[in-house]
Design a binder for this molecule. Structure first.
Ligand code: PLP
Ligand code: COI
Length: 371
């Protein structure tokens, strides 16, 4: 179900007649939290077997009416992305690596037997929505406009012999502060040994809603144990660290000029994070070798005890770079370093965030200027 990569679509613009008034918007922007506040518009595009992608619009944000027998409700054929747009010092707005999200969206689409969307259309939807809702792009320190593109199966019918013949792509935008609250403070993670997130041959490397639905029970256990996030182990041997509920994980070995970072290799069952990929490039630029590897829970624990692992952090669009201070599990708890944010974590965070907010040189051309 490949769409032609050169396909272009004209978006019809239907401006909201009831945009949030400026003073109410300013109030909402003071403390937006994460994914609670939404802008005035959304972008939508429909797909059918007969027409391909068509009926592209920017329209007022609002409920979507669907038949109760639409396939997404029953068989969960859904994919999504997450990326951010940032206010720049020159008052423009730029999105971080939107083409990488477009490419991952299409890899997810292929895995879920859904039609691919030309990258140019994915990025155009982002440009148009951000242009129309640019007053919603936060300027407060550490805030940004989180963009959530997603696609759902809308064919009416309960048969499962074929994937849906109709889909709806939608892009919504949400001004956000930090995912774990205002300041950057270390989080505590829970090792999930009862549940796994993704198995070989499954959908772990696709960004589909079902992965997150299946993860809630483990995430709830994490919360019940006083933790912020769940850490997933591989499904086959239940010993190799894969990733977290909504972010990848990086381990810092050594310190000072000997420091190096390792992130679990992409085995097919973890999400290929764009932040993770960016850090594999930025680490070496800062003199910190970065590589993909493999770490068991037993090694994680013993390497923390011996001091070989000095820092561990989570990385992702929502998480940015968040230090991990301690690990809890049914078999015992351990600290990472002294439980505070380490220097390598802080250095990488400053570099990444500096590029995203236009304060540091964008050596790789990652920032896509929009408005
Ligand atoms: N792993 C999972 C399960 C995620 O949901 C995310 C977030 O998108 C990530 C990793 C990090 O990916 P990215 O850096 O592209 O946001
Ligand atoms: C993101 O970082 O974009 C995510 O998808 C994580 C989470 C909010 C699901």
């Amino acid at each position: 179900m490949n769409a032609s990569p050169t396909e272009e679509l004209d978006f019809e613009i239907r401006a909201s007649r009831n945009p949030v008034p400026a003073d109410a918007r300013a109030q909402l922007l003071t403390d937006p939290g994460f994914g609670r506040v939404f802008t005035d518009h959304m972008a939508t595009i429909r797909w059918s077997e007969a027409k391909g992608w068509h009926d592209a619009r920017v329209e007022p944000y609002g409920p979507i009416a669907l038949d109760p027998a639409a396939q997404v409700f029953h068989y969960g054929q859904e994919i999504f992305e997450g990326l951010k747009a940032y206010a720049q010092p020159n008052r423009s707005v730029a999105a971080f690596r939107p083409h990488a999200n477009a490419a991952r969206f299409n890899r997810s689409a292929a895995r879920m037997a859904m039609p691919e969307l030309p990258e140019s259309v994915f990025v155009r939807a982002i440009e148009l929505l951000v242009e129309h809702d640019r007053d919603w792009v936060p300027t407060a320190d550490g805030h940004s406009l989180y963009l959530r593109p997603f696609a759902i199966a809308t064919k009416v019918g309960l048969g499962v012999n074929h994937p849906s013949s109709d889909y709806l792509f939608t892009l919504i935008a949400s001004p956000v502060a930090g995912y774990f609250g205002g300041e950057v403070k270390p989080v505590t993670v829970w090792l999930s040994e009862d549940y796994t997130r993704a198995a070989p041959g499954g959908t772990g490397e696709a960004k589909c809603g079902g992965n997150y639905a299946a993860a809630f029970a483990g995430q709830q256990q994490a919360v019940d144990h006083g933790c912020d996030q769940v850490v997933w182990l591989d499904a086959a041997q239940r010993q190799w660290v894969e990733e977290m509920g909504g972010m990848n994980v990086c381990f810092v070995y050594g310190s000072g000029s000997d420091a190096r970072i390792m992130t679990p290799a992409l085995t097919g069952s973890l999400l290929p994070g764009i932040t993770r990929d960016s850090l594999l490039k930025l680490g070496p630029d800062l003199g910190i070798p970065a590589y993909e590897g493999k770490l068991s829970v037993a090694e994680w624990r013993s390497d923390c005890a011996s001091g070989e692992i000095t820092e561990v952090f989570a990385c992702g669009t929502a998480a940015v770079i968040t230090p991990i201070g301690a690990v809890r599990s049914a078999g015992g708890d351990w600290m990472i370093g002294d439980g505070t944010a380490g220097p390598v974590t802080s250095l990488l965070r400053d570099e990444l965030v500096g590029i995203q907010y236009g304060r540091k040189a964008d050596r790789y051309g990652w920032m896509h200027a929009i408005a």
